[in-house]
Design a protein around this ligand. Structure first.
Ligand SMILES: [Zn+2]
Length: 342
């Protein structure tokens, strides 16, 4: 078994080897060669993604999770594509299609639109993620989506409704996709589980914990939600969904002056487990570039290089039989969370 999290300081992607050469990919960002990072990693491992990838999950459409996703889906024909049920709604599809007609801006919605359009052309059905749904079964594990819950679905559809006075639909920027994040539970036969928290915030976790139909298993690996942010922290998640002192893996987020995790987030995570790692240290990632400078560069016709810093990866491996814990390997700028200084 392998769970790896890659993140250069902006952008994250997780891959999991679930046994017998089968892989799962969650989210995507582009390498400096403009290639989906998962494809580069499979290339390094000598894995053929067209055969090996069985499930691709788009947790939500924020740009830091989606770059290259459309490409990834079209190059992995054996994989099911999974995203939040709300993204299959007539309301969302008409907003995305309207954006596509006007020339969709480079970003997360375009990637989701590209992935869904590809499936449409190849007559494949996406797997719609919702609370407590088994979305995949392989020879060694089950994969469950644990969110989004019905309330998140309903309020998302409401937020897409045209304004009563003007009939205008809200811009996609006005929507908040974190609440629609797909949390994933991978349950291996033999009782080992991994929980991928996407960017789900506190309200969503509260609903998830209340759901009676949720599979009851405690995870030993936790992809910490929302880049370690305090707004995604809920004590009950650690108490009820995780084993004691799990392997907590964090992909930091750094943009402009904003940075996650904050020092208090690092402290909180370390108070829960000594086995905590970040894919990049706090100095990784692009130097902050002001809005004015960006605009100026654009006006000059300059091509702005992809904003990725030095890539970092946390790799956890474990044999399904015989090993009682995960082996940790750190690559690039990945570090123990204690070394992560904000
Ligand atoms: Zn994010």
């Amino acid at each position: 078994m392998e769970v790896s999290l890659v993140g250069p300081g902006y952008g994250e992607c997780a891959v999991a080897h679930v046994g017998w050469g089968e892989w799962i990919v969650l989210d995507s960002f582009l390498t400096s060669k403009r290639e989906p990072v998962a494809l580069q990693y499979f290339d390094e491992l000598g894995v053929d993604p067209a055969q090996a990838v069985r499930l691709i999950v788009a947790t939500h459409w924020h740009d830091d999770h989606m770059k290259g996703l459309g490409d990834l889906v079209s190059r992995c024909p054996e994989a099911y594509f999974c995203c939040a049920n709300a993204l299959g709604s007539r309301e969302f599809l008409s907003v995305a299609a309207a954006l596509a007609r006007t020339g969709l801006p480079d970003g997360g919605v375009r990637e989701i639109h590209a992935a869904l359009s590809h499936l449409d052309r190849t007559d494949s059905q996406p797997r719609w993620a919702t609370a407590s749904r088994r979305i995949h079964r392989s020879s060694t594990c089950e994969v469950w989506s644990l969110s989004p819950d019905d309330d998140a679905y309903t309020s998302f559809l409401k937020s897409l409704a045209p304004e009563p006075g003007t009939g205008q639909r809200p811009g996609i920027d006005a929507l908040t996709p974190n609440e629609l994040s797909v949390v994933l539970l991978v349950r291996f036969d033999g009782g080992i589980s991994c929980l991928f928290g996407a960017d789900l915030e506190r309200r969503g976790w509260t609903a998830l914990l209340r759901d009676d139909a949720r599979p009851r298993s405690k995870a030993s690996v936790f992809k910490v939600p929302h880049h370690g942010s305090g707004n995604a922290h809920l004590q009950e998640v650690w108490d009820e969904l995780l084993e004691r002192e799990p392997f907590a893996i964090v992909a930091p987020w750094r943009r402009g002056r904003g940075a996650l995790p904050k020092p208090e987030d690092v402290e909180r995570i370390l108070a829960h487990t000594p086995n905590a790692y970040a894919t990049a240290d706090s100095s990784a990632g692009p130097a902050p570039r002001s809005r004015w400078v960006k605009k100026r560069l654009k006006n000059l016709g300059a091509r702005i290089a992809p904003e990725s810093g030095s890539p970092g990866m946390i790799r956890l491996r474990r044999s399904l039989a015989g090993e009682d814990s995960w082996r940790v390997e750190l690559f690039g700028s990945a570090c123990h969370l204690e070394e992560f200084a904000a």
